[in-house]
Design a protein around this ligand. Structure first.
Ligand code: ZN
Length: 361
């Protein structure tokens, strides 16, 4: 035992025992290096200190989650199965765990349960071939909330004011696809553009969350390309959602990294290339409004549900900002990445070609 306590109120002992057991199990895990062991210890001590304010599952979730995981979903579109990507690149089939990565999974302590399953049954579970298609790392969420103009240089290149408060818009959840799926240029589109973004995935229901507690509501992070058809977005009246929501306009992944994998989402390098040429290169440190601010801010206006996505905005270097503007055409290849969140690659295809594939499989 590496700390002790004195019980101060009835009911607390049981909670403390759970924290202790969970922390000790994680602390002793062979995958943890010295630095992570210290983090486990620090988190456990902090949770013990603030025990009175926290329900038991929150505590075990928090403590057991330390060590981190990368969640993937694999298989044919619409028939994806859950999996876990190990640090050595092995893809573990997590079908045996019994739940896909949906609202109920995130909302009911699924991450901690998955961690336990992985430790107990992961080594015997089926491996997934590296060639197998990856889907988005989460099931279709209730909302994809996007932040506009969250980098000064991107606001400037777009000819827009630096926002005083976060600009919020939606992306249709049907736009969600796998990280390396083809991106379909919509009918009548002429200005398809790219936007590398850090996506935040909610771990629990969030309403009126104070900024200081925002991290408790985050399940993890993923790489996102917020594709946009600028003519629909800016020249057809109404809201931006029109140019953001076409099918395939939200490639997410390759994986969801749990919060413990990304200790500081405010210091992640991000980049994007078109046909091999670098177009965007920045860091999340350049965001005007950081992740805790955004989680808190959005939750003042709507309830965020477990599994919901917040896409936190893009830096300069989009096609709209080039002189003259330059947009994507069929055959173009977009590659992007964020530190700790992997890389993705999309090939652009014409609407007619994609329709023909679906009509004659
Ligand atoms: Zn965006």
């Amino acid at each position: 035992m590496w700390w002790s306590w004195e019980s101060t109120a009835p009911g607390e002992s049981r909670q403390k025992l759970l924290v202790y057991e969970a922390a000790e199990a994680v602390y002793a895990h062979p995958d943890l290096n010295a630095a992570r062991r210290i983090i486990v210890l620090a988190v456990a001590v902090e949770r013990l200190r603030t025990l009175c304010a926290s329900p038991v599952d929150e505590l075990t979730n928090c403590v057991e989650g330390v060590g981190g995981m990368k969640l993937i979903r694999f298989g044919e579109p619409g028939k994806e199965k859950p999996g876990v990507l190990l640090n050595d690149g092995t893809r573990v089939d997590a079908s045996g765990f019994g739940s896909d990565y949906d609202e109920a999974f995130f909302g009911n302590g699924g991450l901690a349960a998955l961690r336990r399953w992985l430790e107990g049954s992961g080594s015997a579970a089926r491996r997934v071939a590296p060639s197998t298609r990856l889907g988005p790392p989460i099931c279709r969420p209730s909302k994809i909330v996007c932040i506009g103009l969250n980098f000064r240089d991107h606001a400037a290149e777009s000819g827009m004011e630096i926002p005083q408060e976060p600009v919020i818009f939606f992306k249709a959840t049907t736009s969600l696809v796998g990280p390396n799926d083809p991106v379909v240029i919509p009918r009548n589109a002429t200005k398809v553009d790219w936007e590398v973004e850090l996506a935040v995935i909610l771990g629990k229901k969030a309403s009126y969350v104070p900024k200081e507690r925002a991290h408790e509501f985050v399940a993890g992070y993923a790489l996102h390309n917020d594709y946009s058809e600028r003519s629909f977005q800016l020249e057809r009246g109404g809201q931006w959602v029109k140019g953001k929501s076409a099918d395939t306009f939200a490639p997410l992944g390759p994986f969801l990294a749990t919060g413990d994998e990304i200790p500081d989402p405010g210091r992640l390098g991000m980049w994007l290339k078109v046909n091999g040429e670098i177009r965007q290169k920045s860091t999340t440190a350049n965001m005007i409004f950081d992740v805790p601010t955004l989680v808190s801010y959005i939750s003042q206006f709507m309830t965020l549900l477990p599994g919901d996505v917040i896409s936190t905005g893009t830096p300069a270097g989009v096609g709209l900002g080039m002189r003259p503007p330059s947009y994507l055409k069929a055959g173009d290849v977009v590659e992007l990445g964020i530190d700790g969140l992997g890389e993705s690659r999309q090939k652009l295809v014409a609407y007619e070609a994609a329709e023909a594939v679906h009509a004659h499989p």
